[in-house]
Structures are given as C-alpha cells and as structure tokens.
Design a protein around this ligand. Structure first.
Ligand code: GLN
Ligand code: ZN
Length: 761
C-alpha cells in the first residue's frame, strides 16, 4: 500500500453511469422498492466507482464520495446535526435523512442552495447553540471498510469543519448574533473522533474540503481555519490529513493551511491558477505534499498535458512532494465521453469527461514519477487533440467575428425610457396592473410524448408541428378564457430552456448521456459550447407567431438570455467568457428582431442565472457584471421603442446584483416574490429602479393554490412600494412543473384579484 498521494482525483460522480442511483432513489421514494433494494443499488454504484478508479491506476482513490442525496447533508447527519423537527418524526435513519432533504407533510425540508458557483445544490444545515455534535453516523468508516474488502484502501473525503459551519445557517430560535461558526470547538471534537475511527479502520489519508475559502473571508474566519487545522493536526491517532480548497485561489487561506500541522494541501490550479506564483514561497509547504489540481474538474475539454506537466515541474521545489489531481471533484462533469455516439467525431476527440480525466491524471502522475518518456504516446495524443482543436476551422465563424468587431455603443442602447413607455402604451393598450405569466404552461404527458416521438422519428415534421400547434391553441384559448392581458404560447416545444436554444444554434453540441447531478436525484445535461455561436435561422418565431395569429391580445415571445445560456452549458476555455457571451447575445438579438418583424410586440428574455455566474470574490464582480449586463443589452437593444422587453429572474434576493438589474434596462422585470411577501420592491426602490415590475404572486413551488383575496392582499402590499402604472401581475415561474387543475384555478384567482384591485385604484 502506497503512502503517497501520487495521482488522484478530488471526487467522482455518484449518480451512476446510467443514472442507476436516480432510478433507485425515485423508485424507493415512490414506495415501489424497499430500503434493502435501494441500499443494494447504492452499493453497486460505489463498487463500480472504486473499481473504475483503482483499475485506472490512480495512486490514491477518494472514498466516501457516494451520497444518497448531498454531501453537506451527509456531514450534518454524520455529526448529529439533525434538527428536532426531523428526529421527532420517529423514522429510521434513512427516512430521517430523506425527510431533511425533501420534507414531509409536517416537516419542511432543509433549505437548498447553490454549491459555490456551480450548478450543484446542497442542503443548508441548521445549527443552533443547542445542536449536539457527536459522531452520530459512521457511514464514512463503513464505506472505508467496504472498499477495503474489494482491495482498495480509499482516502475518505469529508466536507471540512470550517466550510461545513460557514455553509450552515443559524437554527430557528438561535439568539441574535449567533453564528454556526461559534460552535467550531464542538464540531472539531466530533471530527477528531471520526478521524480516530478512520485511522483505526486502516485509513492512511483523509481529505477535508474547504472550498469556502475560495470566496472572500474575514479575519475571524481565517483564524477559525487555522485553529481547526492546528487542532485536527494534533489529534493523536489520526490518518494523514489533506486539506483541499477549490473553485478558485484560496488567497490568504493558503498560507494559513500551509502553516498547520497537516500533511497535504490540495490547490485548484485551474480556477485558482493565480496562486501558482505564491506557492514557491509558501512557508510550511516544504514538509507537505502539494496536491496540484491541474486537470479541470469543472469543464469537459481534454487537457494540455504538456503544459500541465511543465506547471507541475515548476512546483517540484516548492513542496516536499508533488502529487497531481483534478482541480475539484469530478461531480461536475458527466461520466464517460465514450458513451456519446451522436457527437461529431472531431468535437468528441477534444472532450474528456470524468473517466477520461482520471486517465489524464494517471498519465501526469506517471510522467512525474517515471519521466516524460514513459508516457510519450499519451502526451503526444493529448498534444494532437489540443492542436487539432486550436486549429479547427469549425471553431471559427468569420462572419460572427466580423460582426463582433463592428459593434458600437449604440448596439447596447435603446431609446429613452419615457419614449419607449409612450410608444408601448400606444401599441399595447394594456389596463393598469396587466396580468401575464412567465412563459411555460404545464407540460402534459402528450406534449412530452410528441417531442419524444419526433426525436425518434416516429412522427414526421408535419405531424409534430400539428401537435404543437394544437397545444399552443389550447393554451391561448385557456388564457383568453381566464382573461389574461399578455399571453404566451406556453413553450410546449422546449425540452429545456437552454438546451432548446443550443440545439438550434451553431457552435454547440448536445450529449446523449452527459448527465450531471444538480441536486438529489435531479440531473441536467448541459450542452457543450465549442465554437463561435451563430443562429442559422429564426428559432421561435414560427411558434410565437402562430399563437399571435390566434388572438387579438399581445403574445409575448419567450427567449433565454445569453448569460443563462452560458451558465447552464459547458463553455469554451479558449477565449474569455465575455467574448462568448457577446456571440450568444448577437444570436439572441437576431431572434428578438425576427420576433418583432413577425409582429410580436412583447419579448421576454429570461436571465435566471445572472446571479449564479457572479464570481466568488468581490474584486471580480464589477468586471463580470459589466459584460453580463452588456450581453443582455446587446441581445435586447435591436428593437423599436414600441417593442416591450421583459426579463425574468428566478429569485428576489438580488444582493450584489441589484444595480445590474437596473442596468439591464428592461421595460418590465418579473421576479420571484410570493414567498418573500414583496419586500424586494423596497430594495429595488432603494437603488432607483423605475421600470415595470412583476413580483410573483403565486408560489409555484408549492401545490397550494392561493385564493383571490390572498393575491389581492399581496397586490395591495406591492402597491405601497410601486405605483400602479408600473406594477404587473404574474405568478412565479415554473408553471410547466404543475398540473392544469391547479394552474387554472390559481390563474383564475390571480386575474380576479387584479380586477378587484384595479377597481379600487
Ligand atoms: N420562461 C421560462 C418558464 O416559464 C422561465 C423559466 C425560468 O426562469 N427558470 O419556464
Ligand atoms: Zn424563473
């Protein structure tokens, strides 16, 4: 058994190469299978992962990377942080765990939020002064033993204690000023106990993840990090400790960790490449293993192994030992590019998913240990792929580049708002408090089936078009019957708001099995943006104009914005994201103009991911927001003053992006607000927002249908903050996830509430 890390990855996907765990979970939740069956399926995915990683030749295989739902939830449960509303349910351990993740009739689930700047979501632990920390669950030890029986001594991976507490929120009833981090000492006791048990089971290494330090952290938070690793370093009987930070440059935390009595430090040299220069002079690193995260764990491109090796070579003097790894866990990429039969072979040859990335790490490890010659073939093939991609004609579209080169300031400026307002009033003739929806209507089984049949080739284009048109007509008639003012076509043709557009643009490929976990059993299949983006022909106009021909009411065209398309795709790493954003923006701009030319007077460009891409460090916010806002404006400024531009953001806590919302300069902005009781309107007022605003009045995440009186109350509350000329009436987004019965009643109530409030104006 080796005692060095050598080559490793920081984590691995766990949903199963064919989403076996997803199916097993959903079948268990639906009571179609037993706990024993679920556990067996889970064991099989774990075994598969350990075999894959060990057989590939990694020197150190990560352990405990499996989770039934989420690794932060696992950490909370391991250390006993189970809020009493769940323990009081009297369920077995697994069902208590799922209750925390998904809630029950009587217990609301833990809040879910985004894992740093990824599209993975974790559950937020609730920590109070009375939370009793102890080693309550020994899954990490059991899984260590399970792997050992297969002959693999893994390196258990845990969320580190400081990141765990920083990601937690104060439990309800905690006194003012209480912070979960106040409980560090108690948490450390529990971690120390787990370390001792892992040592006892035979573990040589443990990896503690501290990605929270890739974001800005205060002095007391850095002090907590030092304290934690001094303390854990001094535990008598423990495995060797590797602390890993990723998703960026750890900044000052790097020095803090290097000074602690631990044995290895994992650094992200892709997103955090800026740390490279400081590593050579880092005190304390000479006695440690530096685990160099050289292979991008967040993106799907084959690595330039030569360049990575050169980087690794420069580090040799900086640390006691240098090991190679991925920049972060491979949780964020799909399993195997080999499973993709449909991707163009040339583009496919540029890609590396989790399995291929493991191979890259193994190659790097051998090159470091045995010299470049030992892996000369692999290095040559990697260089060829990189050169092929760099030189490929299909990555470049000269027309797109020429267009970008000729952009001028007027391309991101619309007419004065006052003029737009007047022109739009004339064109649309809407009542005060106009009612509308966010775009999608329930996606019925028939709609999904029609899309699937068209994909399989079971029905021809004409038949597919007929079915979609029937659906659109139904949705339009329903909206007319309900009395909505601005209608939508309902988006029946869209599988997903990003994939749909990527499939109709040049520069993207889609995968067949490229699933990535988003949360729990939910996976997404991000498109891969590999080249200059262009839109060969109008994408949505045929559906929107069909809807418009059916009605006198204005139909709102529905598009996804450039930032959201980037955020939910794998993007190129060979040019700045801002440049890619501009290309996508130009394609959307053409689409907006085509809609206008076809007689559509209102166009909504959704940007729910605007806040998601916000960099972790405040110093980079301004630059990001500048190009993100510019991309939106580029997409939406190509139309006449009379064309009304809407945008939709899925959230209401704008935080650091609030000024950017103003700068988008949309005529109408719809936001989620049903749950936050309209408070966001005051925040918008505070930054001088003076455009139309539609705070959601119906919380679509809940099956509960609000009554008309309740909605009217919300509108009256909103009217205290927003004058009636600016207030729009709409639900939160997500109608497509609900059934028609609820949606009809809810919209009915919403329309009558708007009418009632209008009468009293
Ligand atoms: N127009 C989209 C819809 O209604 C918006 C979805 C979103 O913002 N997430 O589904
Ligand atoms: Zn939304």
């Amino acid at each position: 058994m080796t005692s060095t890390i050598g080559s490793t990855v920081l984590g691995y996907p766990r949903i199963g190469p064919n989403r076996e765990l997803k199916r097993a979970l959903e079948s268990y939740w639906a009571s179609d299978s037993s706990e024993a069956e679920l556990r067996e399926a889970a064991r099989r995915t774990r075994t598969g992962t350990w075999r894959t990683l060990a057989d590939a030749g990694l020197d150190s295989v990560p352990g405990n990377t499996f989770s039934f739902y989420d690794q932060v939830l696992d950490t909370a449960v391991t250390f006993g942080a189970v809020p009493s509303r769940f323990s009081a349910l009297g369920l077995g351990p697994l069902d208590t765990y799922f209750a925390m993740a998904r809630g029950t009739d009587s217990a609301a689930p833990l809040e879910m939020t985004k894992w740093f700047d990824t599209n993975y979501h974790y559950l937020v632990p609730e920590i109070g002064p009375d939370t009793r920390f102890l080693l309550a669950d020994r899954t990490p030890v059991e899984q260590y033993r399970e792997a050992l029986e297969l002959g693999v001594s893994t390196r258990p991976v845990l969320v580190g204690p400081v990141t765990f507490l920083l990601l937690s929120k104060p439990a309800e009833g905690a006194p003012d000023g209480f912070r979960p981090l106040d409980r560090l000492d108690d948490v450390l006791d529990a971690y120390a106990e787990l370390l001792a048990e892992l040592k006892d089971a035979g573990a040589e290494w443990v990896q503690l993840d501290e990605p929270a330090f890739a974001a800005d952290r205060s002095e007391p938070e850095l002090a907590a990090l030092r304290k934690a690793y001094r303390r854990l370093g001094k535990v008598q009987e423990r495995p060797r400790l590797m602390a890993a930070g990723y998703f960026g440059d750890l900044g000052e935390a790097l020095g803090a960790l290097a000074s602690c009595p631990i044995e290895a430090l994992g650094v992200d040299l892709v997103a955090g490449r800026s740390a490279l220069d400081r590593l050579a002079s880092l005190h304390g690193l000479h006695s440690k293993t530096l685990v160099a995260g050289l292979i991008d764990g967040r993106n799907v491109w084959r690595a330039d192994l030569d360049r990575a090796l050169t980087t690794a070579a420069t580090l040799l003097g900086a640390a006691g030992e240098v090991a190679v790894s991925t920049s972060c866990s491979l949780l964020h990429v799909p399993y195997d590019v080999g499973a993709e039969a449909g991707i163009d072979p040339q583009v496919k040859s540029w890609l590396a998913f989790a399995e291929q990335k493991v191979g890259e790490v193994v190659t790097l490890g051998r090159a470091l240990r045995e010299g470049r010659e030992a892996v000369a073939d692999e290095l040559a093939r990697a260089s060829e792929a990189v050169a092929d991609r760099t030189g490929a004609e299909r990555v470049r579209n000269h027309r797109v580049q020429a267009r970008l080169g000729s952009l001028r300031p007027e391309h991101v400026r619309r007419a004065d708002y006052a003029d737009r307002r007047r022109a739009q009033e004339e064109s649309l003739e809407l009542p005060p408090l106009p009612t509308t929806t966010i775009g999608s209507f329930p996606q019925t089984a028939e709609v999904r089936e029609a899309r699937a049949a068209a994909r399989r080739g079971d029905i021809d284009h004409a038949a597919y078009t007929r079915r979609m048109r029937d659906e659109i007509e139904r949705v339009v008639r329903l909206q007319e019957r309900l009395g909505l003012d601005v209608l939508v076509h309902g988006e029946p043709e869209r599988n997903d708001m990003v994939q749909y557009f990527s499939e109709h643009m040049e520069g993207f490929v889609s995968t067949e099995a490229g699933w990535v976990q988003s949360y729990g059993s939910r996976c997404v299949r991000p498109p891969i943006l590999f080249g200059d983006v262009a839109r060969p022909e109008a994408i949505t106009a045929e559906w929107a104009t069909y809807a418009q021909r059916l009605t006198e009411k204005p139909v709102k065209g529905m598009l996804t914005g450039p930032v959201t398309i980037l955020a939910w795709s794998f993007v190129r790493d060979d040019q700045p994201l801002a440049d890619t954003a501009r290309q996508v923006a130009l394609a959307i701009r053409d689409e907006v103009r085509d809609l206008e030319a076809a007689g559509i007077r209102v166009v909504q460009v959704d940007e729910p991911a605007l806040r998601e891409l916000l960099p972790l460090r405040a110093a980079q916010h301004r630059d990001y927001l500048n190009w993100a806002v510019e991309a939106f404006r580029l997409a939406t400024s190509g139309v006449a003053a009379s064309t009304q531009i809407h945008t939709h953001l899925c959230y209401s806590e704008f935080g650091d992006v609030i000024d950017a919302i103003v700068a988008l300069d949309a005529d109408v902005t719809s936001i989620e607000a049903a749950r936050s009781r309209m408070e966001v309107l005051d925040d918008l007022n505070a930054v001088g927002f003076a455009r139309g605003v539609g705070p959601g009045v119906y919380d679509i995440h809940s099956p509960r249908v609000p009554g008309a009186e309740e909605v009217a109350d919300l509108l009256r509350t909103a009217l205290k903050a927003v004058p009636s000329e600016r207030l729009w009436v709409n639900p939160d987004c997500g109608l497509k996830t609900r059934g028609y019965a609820e949606v009809e009643t809810a919209l009915q109530n919403m329309v009558s509430a708007a009418a009632a409030v209008r009468r009293s104006l």
